[in-house]
Write a protein that binds this ligand. Structure first.
Ligand code: CDP
Length: 223
């Protein structure tokens, strides 16, 4: 019998550090990596470029499958243009969380996300990896931290990049996005069944990575 390609699904709120943890776990295991949030960011950017409103569900859903997206050596290309940095602005972060509420758009991105599942395995991070996209994932993690700790992490990240940042407005924005992600009707942010809670308030990145690897190793031993 062929065993399914293993998936480690890491979901959690904004700035919880799940992207960093997921990438390191993928590297250590030699697995592929899917940054599903990047897809919603790309849709927000592409819509803005084309003059499509972030509220126009039908137009967003029909645009999405036509986008030519390439993830390569840590860079992201959209229709041949390098957009790695362009999708990380505060404006596009807001856009991503606005377009992500539309069920038709989410549906349009399902096959693309599942196509990342290739041998020897996949680490996928987002909001609905364990609950919707890879329901049969052998390892599911809900990686979180308090809003205050997450705001501080994002603040430091921005300052290190030389960007101007304001802690209070970052915190306010985070809470707003958390709210939108949790309240939406389709694929809301939540700790899904079978997902293990990993609170990183008092964990270093390395400790969080180790906790995910331990959980993955335990899941293989069970088989
Ligand atoms: O970096 P941050 O965690 O703030 O965001 P991200 O993971 O890049 O995701 C950007 C936005 O896409 C989030 O605010 C979510 O609303 C949405 N998203 C989603 O709805 N489902 C996913 N699987 C991933 C992201």
């Amino acid at each position: 019998m062929n065993l399914p390609v293993p998936v480690i699904a890491i979901d959690g709120p904004s700035a919880s550090g799940k992207g960093t943890v997921a990438q390191i776990v993928a590297e250590r295991l030699g697995f592929h990596y899917l940054d599903s949030g990047a897809l919603y960011r790309i849709v927000a950017l592409a819509a803005k470029d084309r003059g499509i409103s972030w509220q126009d569900e039908a137009a967003l859903a029909s645009m999405a499958p036509q986008l030519h997206i390439v993830f390569e050596h840590g860079e992201i290309l959209l229709d041949g243009r390098m957009i790695t940095e362009a999708i990380r602005t505060e404006d596009i972060s807001r856009g991503a969380s606005e377009v992500a509420v539309h069920p038709a758009l989410r549906q349009a991105l399902v096959d693309l996300q599942r196509s990342f599942r290739k041998t020897p395995g996949l680490v996928a991070d987002g909001r609905d990896m364990g609950s919707v996209i890879f329901v049969d994932a052998g390892t599911k993690v809900f990686l979180t931290a308090s809003a205050e700790v997450r705001a501080e992490r994002r603040y430091k990240q921005l300052m290190e990049k030389g960007n101007h940042a304001n802690l209070a407005s970052i915190l306010q924005d985070l809470k707003l996005r958390d709210e939108r992600d949790r309240q939406r009707a389709v694929a809301p942010l939540q700790q899904c069944e079978g997902a293990k809670l990993l609170d990183t308030d008092h964990l270093t990145i390395e400790q969080a990575v180790q906790a995910v690897l331990d959980q993955y190793n335990a899941s293989i031993e069970k088989k």
